[in-house]
Design a binder for this molecule. Structure first.
Ligand code: TYC
Length: 101
């Protein structure tokens, strides 16, 4: 009877699961000045002027725009910080978060 070699020839390498990402979404409103939105995006999300302007314009015309994606905790922290920054300056600007599909 032939021997059956049951030894594993390949090692199973488990990659750590990537944490699910969450989007930070900028919402439009009728009161916050466009320049303030651009300034905030540059300061809080470190996006360059042209990108900040494009994000602001998309939110302004479509109602909302994805700013960036982060892990859940970071996305929530950034959205809260940015919303509070606007509130501290007297504007109702809102950032929300939602899981990325
Ligand atoms: N709609 C605002 C205005 O006309 C500008 C604005 C743009 C506000 C984007 C919020 O997410 C926003 N002054």
């Amino acid at each position: 009877m032939a021997d059956t070699n049951t030894k594993r020839r390949t090692a199973t390498v488990l990659k750590p699961a990537r944490p699910p990402l969450h989007k930070v979404i900028l919402l439009n409103d009728d009161f916050t000045p466009r320049e303030f939105v651009v300034r905030l995006l540059k300061a809080e999300f470190r996006v360059p002027e042209a990108q900040a302007n494009a994000i602001m314009l998309t939110a302004h015309t479509k109602g909302a725009c994805v700013v960036a994606v982060f892990t859940k905790e970071v996305a929530e922290e950034k959205a809260t910080r940015a919303t509070e920054f606007a509130r501290d300056h007297g504007y109702p600007l809102l950032f929300s978060t939602e899981p990325e599909e």
